[in-house]
Structure formats: C-alpha cells, structure tokens
Design a protein around this ligand. Structure first.
Ligand code: GUN
Ligand code: ZN
Length: 376
C-alpha cells in the first residue's frame, strides 16, 4: 500500500506499507547485495544507522548460496536477521553488468556465472521463482538494462521484449504468491521502465506497463553511461506517465545531488552502491561536501568526520584516528567509513522528508543540491 501524504511541486512525501513494515518516503534503500553490506556491516548495524529498507540481489543469491538454500532456511529475512522490508532486484541488471558471455532470446538470458563461468539461464519465470524463494517484500521485474549509448535500432526491440517479459513476470508472480508454502505470499511486484535515452520509447513503454497495474514502478537503464542532464530529462519525460498513486523508484541512483534532483522530479525510492563503495575508498560524505579522509591534512585533526553527524564513527572517533586506520590498512577503517556514509544517505532522505513535511523542500534543494556533490 502506498499513500502520498504531501506534495511540493512534483516532490512527494509518502508512506509505503509492506509485509515487514512501513517505509517513510522519499527513502534510500541500503544495498546488501549478497545479504550483507560490503564493509563488514550486518543487518543489526543497519537498524542502528536509520535504514528503513534493505536491497539484495537475485543474481548473487541465486549463484551463492542458492535461492533454494535461503528458502529452506526460512527466507532472506531470517537468513540475514533483518526484520524490516527487503526489496530484491531481479537480476536484469547484474546479468548484463557482471556476467561474461550472454545470449538474449525471447525466452530469457543465458549467461556465464561471474564466479565459476558455469552457464546459467534466467528468464522472467526464473527470476520470479528465485525472488519468491528469497521472500522479499518487493520483487522487481526481470528486464534488460541497456548501457548508454545504444542505438534506437537496438533499444526499441529490447524495450518491447522487456514489456513482454513483464507480462510473464506478472503471471508467474501471481501464481507463486498463491502457492501454499510461499515464503512471503504478500510479495509485491514493481515493473521497470526502459527505453534508453529515447523519450518516445520511454513514454510508450511507461504507458504500456502502467496498464498492467503493478504495485509500483521503477525507472531503470539510467546512470549507465549518459550525462546527468540526460538522466534528468528522461525522468522529466517519463514521470507524468507514471501512476501518481504508486511508488516510484529510480534504480541505482546516485550522488546526494542526484537524489535531491530525483525527489524534485517526483521519485520516492532510491538505491546506490556509491556510499558504501566510496567509503571503502576513503571518500566520505559530509554536509559541507565530500572529503578524502586519507589526506595528510587530517593527520592531527581531532574533530569527527562531520560535526553534524550522529553516526557510530562520528560519535566516538576523530578524523586523525580514521585516517590512521585507512593508512594502516585496518579493516575497522572500512567498517566505520561505511557506517558513516550510509548514515549520511539515510539522514539525507530523512532531512528531505522533514523539508517536505515543513513545506521547505525547494529551499533545501537550493541550499544543498550543489554543495553536497562538491569537495571540502
Ligand atoms: N539497477 C540499476 N539499473 C537497473 C535496471 O535498469 N534494471 C534492473 N533490474 N536493476 C537496475
Ligand atoms: Zn558520521
């Protein structure tokens, strides 16, 4: 269930309810690809850093440990001991970004596992079955994510096929939810808009998938090689065609500024590996801009990473200590940095929600959109 409780321009403040709880939107989903957040962060840590909803991957968990193993152990919630909402991505992105040789047919995709090269087939029905075994709250449709730039001649038949795959996803999803013994019989299904950088294909595809009455809609195939402005233009073109009463999810995006600009364009859900990945490379977000904690200038700096941050790293440790941990190659460096950056992203969306509640989102956008992607 999704309810928009307030709007400011196209920005929406909403409440999303699923089998494992309620999510206040706009929201950032913390990424635990294989059932853990990279950087030695557990589901228990997530609860402590303000995470409302976690994202895991069909592709990875199917290859290892196997989705049937997760099902037999009671589903992903129990496996990783996360009691809140989980969204699983369909494999439609990872199959294209991670696997080796692949062949796409009407049926689905045959690809080589990035772990051992084994040949694997995944189509809409397989993806739905895997996500059903995982028991996530939201399953994503199986799609083809086309990297930009791509020709019109390639993208048009691809997004037509992604439409037909969604029809199959929907049918299989309904069948699986109704089966006795389903891990989560209340699992929802979100459709994914594709169409590359071509507004006419995007709009055609969005209009078609909107008719299928999914529980929510995502915009995929963005932040995959195009300029930032092109991404914003595509969201501007698609958004008026997205059902207003359903949640909207911009997949794999992005920087703090991208999130603020996405909200301004009517998006409710985001996910991105950037905060965790940057943290592992010593790049930390603050309310003044990003910093590299390994920089010599922090050697004797006793201040926390960000004096305005309440995360477990900033509550106890100095920049000098964090810098030392990174330089010395201590694993604790990664963990504290990841906790800080994820806290920052969760706090960013919390402040966006607060601004929307108070009717001052445009002022918030003006104040932070440029600044947060800058450097200090
Ligand atoms: N994650 C980021 N972009 C995409 C996309 O286009 N499709 C899917 N399934 N996942 C994504
Ligand atoms: Zn912090």
């Amino acid at each position: 269930m999704f309810e928009v409780i307030k709007t400011e321009g196209r920005a929406r403040r909403g409440v999303f309810t699923c089998a494992h709880g309620t999510v206040q939107t706009p929201v950032f989903m913390n990424v635990g690809t294989q059932g853990a957040i990279k950087g030695a962060v557990s589901a228990h840590d997530l609860a402590e850093i303000g995470c409302q909803i976690e994202l895991s991957n069909t592709y990875h968990l199917h290859l290892r440990p196997g989705d049937e193993v997760v099902r037999d152990l009671g589903g992903l919630h129990r496996f990783m001991d996360w009691k809140g909402p989980i969204l699983t991505d369909s494999g439609g992105f990872q199959v294209f970004s991670l696997s080796g040789l692949r062949k796409i047919t009407e049926e689905g995709v045959t690809f080589a596992s990035h772990i051992d090269g084994r040949r694997i087939f995944m189509g809409p029905e397989e993806s739905m079955r895997i996500q059903s075994h995982l028991g996530s709250d939201v399953a994503m449709a199986f799609d083809e994510c086309v990297a930009n730039p791509a020709t019109y001649e390639y993208v048009k038949p691809s997004c037509e096929r992604t439409y037909r795959w969604l029809v199959r996803c929907k049918e299989e999803h309904e069948r699986l939810n109704a089966q006795p013994g389903a891990v989560n019989p209340h699992q929802m299904l979100f459709g994914i808009n594709q169409g590359g950088t071509y507004p006419d294909l995007r709009v055609w595809h969005m209009d078609e998938i909107a008719k299928l009455d999914c529980d929510g809609y995502a915009i995929g195939g963005l932040a995959v090689g195009e300029e930032t402005q092109v991404m914003y233009d595509i969201i501007d073109a698609v958004e008026p065609h997205m059902p207003a009463d359903k949640p909207r999810y911009l997949m794999g995006v992005g920087t703090p500024s991208n999130i603020i600009e996405g909200v301004a364009r009517g998006v409710d859900f985001f996910d991105c590996v950037m905060p965790a990945r940057n943290a592992r490379h010593a790049k930390l977000f603050t309310w003044e801009g990003a910093m590299n904690i390994k920089n010599e200038k922090y050697k004797l700096d006793e201040r926390p990473i960000d004096p305005n941050c309440g995360c477990p790293a900033c509550r106890s440790f100095s920049r000098a200590y964090l810098r030392h941990l990174f330089v010395a190659g201590e694993m604790l460096a990664m963990r504290l940095a990841v906790l800080h950056n994820l806290w920052f992203y969760n706090e960013l969306t919390a402040r966006i929600r607060q601004a929307l509640d108070q009717g001052c989102f445009q002022a918030f956008r003006h104040m932070y959109s440029q600044k947060l992607d800058g450097r200090i």
